[in-house]
Design a protein around this ligand. Structure first.
Ligand SMILES: *Cc1c(COP(=O)(O)O)cnc(C)c1O
Length: 227
């Protein structure tokens, strides 16, 4: 299977899931997660029409972002000492997972005179070692982030538990969608619930059916990583 063929199949699957939830292919933003993929593969994905890419590690972003002009997102845990680099690479930081990190991004953004778009990452898996705000923390976190003038919150991101049972994953997507809906009622100039980023290669159809409008796809596009 070529990367172009993978993308074409994925688009078909996204469309079917989107239609099931009363939407179309166009309503879903595909973010191609390039971790582990060689530069040539990323280029092929771009040629096949992918416009948004993501990395979870700064070191890989430093190599790929300058070579592939596109919209790039950060999807991995961001260390506070790497914020300045990240602001140079990424148009959207999907993985803001603590108020402390948000405040550090605010400081760096203010120093650079930049407005930084972010998503708040919610830990919907309930697994303690995972990053993200606990669901019950999100409203106080939202209040804290709304007070940071150089941040623009554009939505929420979540990763389903790595369960073989799709219903378990689906329940976590439902939970995130309901948090998203409540967040939509919060009114602030720098807080807009535009993107609900949920769904990866193994569960994107369920995520879309539950209301995702942004899926983060790695191996379904680029193939299984070589061990
Ligand atoms: C790696 C990664 C993905 C893509 O994972 P696949 O299962 O390969 O689709 C999506 N989101 C995040 C945060 C990731 O780290």
């Amino acid at each position: 299977m070529s990367i172009a063929e993978n993308i074409s199949r994925v688009r078909g699957r996204i469309e079917t899931a989107a239609v099931k939830s009363g939407r179309t292919l166009k309503d879903i933003t595909v973010v191609a997660v390039t971790k582990g993929a060689p530069l040539e593969a990323v280029r092929q994905a771009q040629e096949a029409g992918i416009g948004v890419f993501a990395e979870n590690r700064l070191q890989e972003a430093a190599i790929k972002v300058p070579q592939i002009p596109a919209e790039w997102h950060m999807v991995g845990h961001l260390q506070t000492n790497k914020i300045k680099d990240a602001l140079g690479f990424f148009k959207l930081i999907q993985s803001v997972d603590s108020v402390r990190l948000a405040k550090k991004i605010q400081e760096a953004a203010a120093a650079l005179g930049q407005i930084v778009s972010v998503l708040l990452e919610i830990n919907i898996s309930g697994e303690e070692q995972k990053y993200g705000f606990a669901p019950e923390e999100i409203y106080s976190a939202a209040d804290a982030v709304i007070a940071l003038p150089n941040l623009r919150v554009l939505g929420l991101m979540g990763i389903a538990p790595n369960s073989p049972d799709m219903e378990v994953r689906r329940a976590s997507f439902k939970k995130l969608k309901s948090i998203f809906n409540v967040c939509k009622t919060l009114k602030a100039e720098n807080f807009e619930m535009k993107y609900l980023s949920m769904g990866m290669s193994g569960d994107f159809e369920a995520a879309i059916e539950e209301g995702s409008n942004m899926v983060r796809l790695g191996h379904v596009i680029f193939g299984e990583p070589k061990a």
